[in-house]
Write a protein that binds this ligand. Structure first.
Ligand code: DX5
Ligand code: ZN
Length: 216
């Protein structure tokens, strides 16, 4: 089943609670929360306190994407703020195995992410211990960038390994997803689509979500 995870990075920051509620009413099962530290990426978004404030406004999965240099230091904060899934970057400074174990120890699902220049092989050693792999389809840091179609072979390769593993691992794509590129991602093997600017620029969120899902 394909799941849509709207990125609140593109929401109206002066009214995040209302935006989260609107996305829930529109049927979004997940909410994607982009945390940026101005160091791992050249942009600052928000942190755990802001996320905590909107936890009461969304019942579904809080899908937290940490674009920060030291994810391991902040796991506890994001768990306390209501994360259901924490995804960190393999390019960060924290030890990957220690970070996976720290997230798991809190009873929260674990995702690992790779930037466009990082090859598929980087995720392979961790496939037996994660719940999700996130393949970035833009350079992380900003919403509204152009989709990188050349990431699709990476998605297909990781999908193949996931299927071989026999484990239930979600494969997420993030960046430049719209009605056209969603189809390309699904065909390549992604099953969780993050969409920010495309969804939040529309008046009718429910109708916009439908355009990202397969027809049948
Ligand atoms: C980029 C973020 C994305 C971003 C996606 O660094 O991780 O989640 O919000 O935005 P769009 O869908 O506008 O590319
Ligand atoms: Zn993201």
């Amino acid at each position: 089943m394909i799941k849509i995870s709207p990125s609140i990075l593109s929401a109206d920051f002066s009214d995040l609670g209302a935006e989260a509620r609107k996305m829930q009413q529109a049927g979004a099962p997940w909410l994607h929360i982009d945390v940026m530290d101005g160091h791992f990426v050249p942009n600052i978004s928000f942190g755990a306190p802001v996320m905590k404030c909107i936890r009461k406004d969304f019942d579904g999965v809080f899908d937290v994407h940490l674009m920060i240099s030291e994810p391991l230091r902040y796991i506890d904060n994001f768990v306390k703020a209501g994360a259901d899934m924490i995804t960190f970057h393999l390019e960060s400074d924290s030890d990957a195995n220690a970070t996976i174990d720290a997230i798991r120890a809190k009873g929260v699902k674990v995702g690992i992410s790779v930037k466009p220049k990082t090859p598929a092989e980087a995720v392979k050693p961790y496939l037996d211990k994660v719940d999700m792999v996130l393949v970035m389809t833009v350079e992380p840091g900003f919403g509204g960038q152009r989709f990188m179609a050349d990431m699709m072979p990476k998605v297909s390769q990781i999908r193949e390994w996931i299927n071989e593993s026999g484990r239930e691992i979600d494969l997420q794509v993030d960046g430049g997803v719209n009605a056209d590129t969603a189809k390309v991602c699904i065909e390549a093997g992604a099953n969780v689509l993050v969409a920010g600017s495309y969804l939040f620029s529309k008046d009718d969120y429910a109708a916009a979500i439908k355009t990202l899902l397969p027809n049948d």
